[in-house]
Design a protein around this ligand. Sequence first.
Ligand code: HEC
Length: 112
Amino acid sequence: MLHLFPLLWGLGFITHPVAVDGKALFTDKKCNKCHTIESQGIAVLPKANADEEEDEGSEPKDLSHVGSDHDVAQIKQWLQRTLEKDGKKHKKKFVGSDEELDAIAQWLVSLK
Ligand code: HEC
């Protein structure tokens, strides 16, 4: 009986191969409050309150081809706000585990 434990444990991994899915995370983390990914059919979320002016301003930034401009390391740093672009940091600091950050960055880089 004891021998079965590692086996069952191993099977758990096999039956749940994708613990974190970048695309699902993108919407779970509400990145689509400010971004569209047209190539993936991700539209921007409606504003919580239409009367209220949101600070993110203008057009949502589409990330359909973000992988052609950036690599995983850059995206991770950008999302953690340790990287600046033209003297600016990302609007929103990533909230989540390293595993989630990794998954979301890997997925974004795959969009070319
Ligand atoms: C509050 C609004 C807001 C939220 C929420 C937001 N972003 Fe952004 N993001 C922006 C803005 C604005 C820019 C453009 C900054 C610039 O180019 O100067 C940007 C830029 C980016 C870029 C760089 C695009 C490029 O072409 O250089 C990536 C990647 C990105 N965001 C990913 C994400 C991810 C992933 C999330 C969710 C974890 C997220 N963003 C949530 C506002 C937001």
